[in-house]
Each structure stands twice: as structure tokens, then as C-alpha cells.
Design a protein around this ligand. Structure first.
Ligand SMILES: C=C(O[C@@H]1CC(C(=O)O)=C[C@@H](OP(=O)(O)O)[C@H]1O)C(=O)O
Length: 358
């Protein structure tokens, strides 16, 4: 499946070493102002090659809008966007053409389909996420009209955890750190692993401000289940926590419940979601990325004939995919919320009447 969402949905296309990547976003209401500078800025936040904490592959990630926008406004038709690849070095992958890189999708893709684009993993490459960020930028522009804000940052790298979350410091940080006090230690952890040809994992925090009450469709399309689905669709994500997440299974009911006062909830252990529906509080989600599988240490694997061989990777890889992955997680959150906001319009007959009243 290459499509995500129901009412606000997008499909992505393209491979890491192919000609281009892109997306088609469908179901976008007409009349949304499309700020192309904003979309490009979102792309620039995620793009590779910006510093020593990311892959050295240099891509401009310039987005071209091909349809669905007229005179700067969405027309209600499908919005298609393309990003041309500029800096493929496919030769780097010749030596892994017939073998499976440990920790990668190579093994499962090949066994499932009987073929694979071995150049950078093709469709399974993290490069595909550029198209999601383009689609996410359209979702964010829709959410902006509803005054809903989505933001993200890095709360942990290689087990070095933030003790405070300051979203205002994220844009100044090369690793999108939420806590200035541990930023240097987190950077050091990335470089220490990189210098040893290894990699580290990390955790991104996605936060939503001003979400209205009512987003999410019980029972089989709960907001939390769709957020988890969206986040788990990002390469290298191995776990997702809503609110206090796993901690909720360790504390007593009284300590986990958010007491309710007339002006809102006293605490936010639930992460802004109750019964699969947003409760009007901040939505908080932690997204756990495994350590990048592409490392430069000699590893053991098999080839397509099931013969045991050594695997030695070349190429340009992120020593910590969580860093740029945080921007992707933020985009996926925006896409889920845009979808839920459109679905929610038909939850009450009053809303339907408003649209059809003469
Ligand atoms: C290019 C991007 O990330 C790439 C993701 C990736 C992988 O195996 O996932 C491998 C590297 O690319 P290459 O195949 O050229 O060695 C990364 O640079 C990007 O995010 O835009």
C-alpha cells in the first residue's frame, strides 16, 4: 500500500535512486492558501546533507507543485507534488546487490516480491519520507486555518534523555534537541558512534497544541490507533507511546487518571486522548527510532542463494535517523489530524445541516 488516510489522503511514489519522488494529496478542501515558502521550509528541515549529524547525501529537495493549486489557493482537486533526486551514487550499492543488509528491509522485500531495487533500498529507503513531509505541509496549512499547531523535537538520543521539553529551542539545534542541557551529550553520543562506524537510536516527541475535542472515530479508527499506525509506518520506528505510554501500566489508577476541573484537566497523563477521541488537551506522542541499520562495521549475512557472506556497506548514512525522523513524525501527525478533522465534520446532524442550510 502506498496510500494513507481516508478523507484527507495521500499516496507517495518514488525510489531513493530513481528519477524522482512525490505525492498526490487528495480530499483537500478548496480555498486553503498555499504558502510555497512554508512547504519548502518544511522540506528543508528534513532534507539530508545539512550537517555532520546527518547523511552526507546532498539533495535540494525542491518541491514542484504540479496540480490542485490555482492562484495560490487549493481548488479541491488532487494536489500533486514532485521532488527530483539529484545526488544518487548508485555504485555504492553494487557490492550489496545480491545480499541482504542486516537490519534492513532487503531480506523481507526480496523474499516477498522476488525482486528489489537494491540501490539504497529503493522504496524502503528513508528518502521516501521527503514526499510525506511535502504532503504533511499541505495538512499543516489546513490545520493552520483551524488554529491547530503541530511541533516536534528530540527528547532522547542513545539513552541520553531530556529532562525538559522546550520546543522554542528546536529550530536552533542541529539535532532538533528539546533540552539544551543535554544537547551536547546527545551530539557527542551520535559522533562517538559515527567515529566507530556505528549508529545510535533516539526518541522524538510530537506535540499538538489547540486540538479541538472530538478528533478520532471509535472504535476501529481511534485517534491513538491511527497515530500509532502513522508513526509505525515511518522507517526505523519500533515503538510509539501516547501520553505516559508504558508508564501507565506501572502506576495506580488514581495516579494515572487526569482529574477534571471546569477549566480543564489537572494533568495530562492521557496524552490528550480519551476513548480514542481528542479531549482538547495537548496531544503528546513519543516515537522511538531504532539505531540506523546502515553501519560501516563488517557484518554477517546471507546472499540471495542463502550462502553465508560478509556484508561491508558503503554510501552515506545518518548516524541517527531519529533526528530527521522527528520532522517526518510531525508531518504524519498533521496528516492524521487533517484526516480526522474532515471525518469529524459529519459526526453530528447539526454540522451537516450547517453545510446544507439554504
Ligand atoms: C537521501 C536520504 O536518506 C538516505 C536514506 C538511506 C536509507 O538507506 O534509508 C540511505 C542514504 O542514501 P543513499 O542511498 O544515497 O546512500 C541516505 O542518504 C534522505 O533522507 O533524503
Amino acid at each position: 500500500m502506498n496510500t494513507f488516510g481516508h478523507r484527507f489522503r495521500f499516496s507517495t511514489f518514488g525510489e531513493s535512486h530513481g528519477k524522482a519522488l512525490g505525492c498526490i494529496v487528495d480530499g483537500v478542501p478548496a480555498g486553503i492558501k498555499i504558502d510555497e515558502e512554508f512547504i519548502q521550509n518544511e522540506m528543508d528541515r528534513r532534507k539530508p546533507g545539512k550537517n555532520k549529524y546527518a547523511t552526507a547525501r546532498k539533495e535540494g529537495d525542491k518541491v514542484e507543485i504540479l496540480s490542485g493549486v490555482f492562484e495560490g489557493i487549493t481548488t479541491g482537486t488532487s494536489i500533486s507534488m514532485v521532488i527530483f533526486n539529484e545526488n544518487q551514487k548508485s555504485k555504492d550499492y553494487t557490492n550489496v546487490k545480491d545480499l541482504f543488509r542486516p537490519g534492513h528491509a532487503d531480506f523481507t522485500y526480496f523474499n516477498k516480491y522476488g525482486t528489489r531495487d537494491y540501490r539504497g533500498g529503493g522504496r524502503s529507503s528513508a528518502r521516501e519520507t521527503a514526499a510525506r513531509v511535502a504532503a504533511g505541509a499541505i495538512a499543516k496549512l489546513m490545520l493552520k486555518e483551524l488554529e491547530i499547531e503541530v511541533q516536534s523535537g528530540i527528547c532522547a538520543i542513545d539513552g541520553v534523555e531530556a529532562s525538559e521539553y522546550d520546543f522554542s529551542s528546536v529550530s536552533d539545534s542541529e539535532i532538533f534537541a528539546l533540552d539544551k542541557n543535554v544537547e551536547q551529550a546527545q551530539k557527542d553520543a551520535i559522533l562517538a558512534a559515527k567515529n566507530k562506524h556505528n549508529s545510535v537510536g533516539g526518541v522524538a516527541l510530537v506535540n499538538v497544541k489547540n486540538a479541538p475535542i472530538g478528533l478520532g472515530e471509535p472504535l476501529y479508527f481511534k485517534l491513538d490507533s491511527q497515530i500509532a499506525n502513522a508513526m509505525m509506518s515511518i522507517n526505523a520506528v519500533k515503538a510509539v507511546e501516547i501520553g505516559d505510554g508504558t508508564l501507565s501500566s506501572k502506576v495506580k489508577g488514581y495516579d494515572n487518571n487526569d482529574q477534571i476541573r471546569k477549566d480543564g484537566f489537572k494533568t495530562n497523563h492521557s496524552g490528550g486522548i480519551l476513548g480514542g477521541i481528542s479531549n482538547g488537551d495537548d496531544i503528546n506522542v513519543k516515537v522511538y527510532f531504532k539505531s540506523t541499520p546502515s553501519i560501516f562495521i563488517k557484518q554477517e549475512t546471507v546472499d540471495i542463494h542463502n550462502d553465508e557472506v560478509d556484508c561491508e556497506l558503503k554510501g552515506r548514512h545518518d548516524p541517527c535517523v531519529a533526528v530527521r525522523g522527528s520532522v517526518v513524525a510531525e508531518s504524519m501527525m498533521a496528516l492524521v489530524l487533517a484526516d480526522m478533522a474532515l471525518l469529524n465534520m459529519s459526526s453530528k446532524i447539526e454540522n451537516v445541516k450547517k453545510v446544507y442550510s439554504k
